[in-house]
Design a protein around this ligand. Sequence first.
Ligand SMILES: N[C@@H](CCC(=O)N[C@@H](CS)C(=O)NCC(=O)O)C(=O)O
Length: 203
Amino acid sequence: MKLIGSLTSPYVRKVRIVAMEKHIELEFVVDVPWHPDTKVSEFNPLGKVPVLVLDDGATLFDSRVIVEYLDTVTPVSRLIPEGNRQRIAVKRWEALADGITDSAALIFIERAQRAPEHQSHDWIVRQEQSVFRGLEAMSEELGEKKWCTGDLMNLSDIAAGCALGYLDFRFPDIQWREAHPNLAKLADRLNALEPFKETLPKA
Ligand SMILES: N[C@@H](CCC(=O)N[C@@H](CS)C(=O)NCC(=O)O)C(=O)O
């Protein structure tokens, strides 16, 4: 299987960490969808990464579909529980964490790719509010627990760790660690793991 993605995308990072946790070897093909020579749209009509290309040539996107697929490829280290309530709790965490990333990425793109006079202050504030509310929700739901859901690390923690890692990478000025020490502890625990270390975003 071949994973197409960039070294900065938090969604790609989530998939890479899931694959590593599950001991699934993927050929990693670096392709930045913003570059003029990108071939991503030949594999994903939406032109976004990550894309997983299966051995028979079938393509899977987006990251939530890919991680769900990878989790069923082998029973090693199940990252999405089978029971309906637990499974949905994990998927909800993933939606929350990815949602924070979505809003943060919109702010980054607005600032990085639009001339200052074309940037919308209201749009940026709206996305910032979504990030801050999302962080509050993650912090409240984590509480004093070691992991986001259940007794072992699973996809909810990986998704949360990738969202927090993206904030560290693109928005070092956001003081989320001071505001939410429990999220900081979770991030420290995750960042000490090999798959997180190996996939640190690189510009
Ligand atoms: N919901 C998607 C989001 C994917 C996404 O937005 N990827 C970004 C990279 S971080 C991308 O490829 N952007 C290119 C574009 O929007 O044209 C997922 O979970 O995979």
